[in-house]
Write a protein that binds this ligand. Structure first.
Ligand code: GDP
Length: 286
């Protein structure tokens, strides 16, 4: 059941004035069952109790109103003024990092598509040289988008590919150089060393971590490693379309403490929407 449906059935409960603590207990279950992490759930309920401290007893509809304000504030904190389209440095270098399966390569293509749709020019670098499939996947995206993909053979030096991509973009005066990287498990020491080297050599203007909404709790742990070892500026959260429970975006916004630029909402190139808290809140509370 989705967070939206759970809140609907909460609303259908008794219409009496109810104790804040009892309502908080009901919310506790609803939030956890909707995939909000324990840490974020506890934060939300703490805010809820603070907000209701002077009231003691309230109606369900007021409790939902309070919850909506708290959830909106969490999402608002992950908003940013940064505008990916408003960059004048050429090429503006974007490095994508994240573990395999989080939709990294697809997101590289979606972001390229977004930039192209806004009249920008792009070159792509296939720096996931660990998997032949990844190079192939990016090449296909490049063909579909009509964008040049810089690549070498499997097993080649990913930093060299990144360097070549930036040089290519510079020589052709392109607006963006976007680099896809490998994402085998974050515990793999070599990967972190490889990523550090790519970052050192490519000197990205923006480093984006891709996160899978379906694996939010794992993602939060993985992000800590990436944050410590490599550093990143913000996130793109993918697979919102398959997230039937709908609560993980709140843990991601609350616990990452980083801006979210876009949401991935499907497998197609157009399935990328700029991060918008109102859009998420309205879907849950409509
Ligand atoms: P990578 O290993 O991180 O580069 O991930 P891929 O880009 O290869 O994506 C892994 C799978 O997730 C592919 O089947 C993608 O089509 C799919 N995927 C990526 N983003 C989304 C999304 O927003 N929604 C859905 N439903 N699938 C996605």
């Amino acid at each position: 059941m989705s967070l939206k449906d759970r809140l609907k059935s909460f609303f259908r409960g008794s219409s009496d004035l109810l104790k804040i603590d009892d309502l908080a207990d009901e919310f506790f279950n609803i939030l956890l069952e909707s995939d909000v992490s324990l840490e974020t759930t506890e934060y939300i309920l703490n805010e809820f109790r603070k907000m209701g401290a002077e009231k003691k007893r309230i109606r369900r509809e007021d409790a939902i109103g309070m919850l909506k304000v708290i959830l909106k504030k969490i999402l608002d904190n992950a908003k940013t003024d940064f505008n990916i389209l408003g960059q004048t440095k050429k090429p503006f270098i974007i490095l994508f990092i994240g573990i395999n399966g989080t939709g990294k390569t697809t997101t590289v293509a979606k972001v390229s598509n977004y930039l192209l749709n806004h009249g920008k020019t792009v070159a792509l670098g296939a720096s996931d040289t660990f998997r032949a499939g990844a190079i192939e996947q990016l090449k296909i995206h490049g063909e579909n988008l009509g964008v040049r993909v810089i690549y070498q053979g499997m097993g080649s030096d990913p930093s060299a590919v990144a360097f070549d991509t930036i040089e290519h973009a510079r020589a052709r005066n392109l607006d963006y150089a976007i680099i896809d990287t490998a994402g085998r498990m974050q515990t793999n020491r070599n990967l972190m060393e490889e990523m550090k080297k790519i970052k050192r050599i490519s000197k990205p203007d923006l480093t984006i971590l891709t996160v899978d909404a379906l694996a939010a709790n794992d993602a939060i742990e993985q992000a800590a490693t990436f944050k410590k070892e490599i550093g990143f500026d913000g996130l793109i959260v993918n697979k919102l379309d398959t997230d039937a429970r709908g609560g993980s975006i709140f843990s991601i916004a609350h616990q990452f403490r980083k801006p979210i630029y876009f949401l991935g909402t499907g497998q197609n190139l157009d399935d990328l929407v700029p991060y918008d808290p109102d859009f998420i809140i309205n879907k849950i509370f409509s």
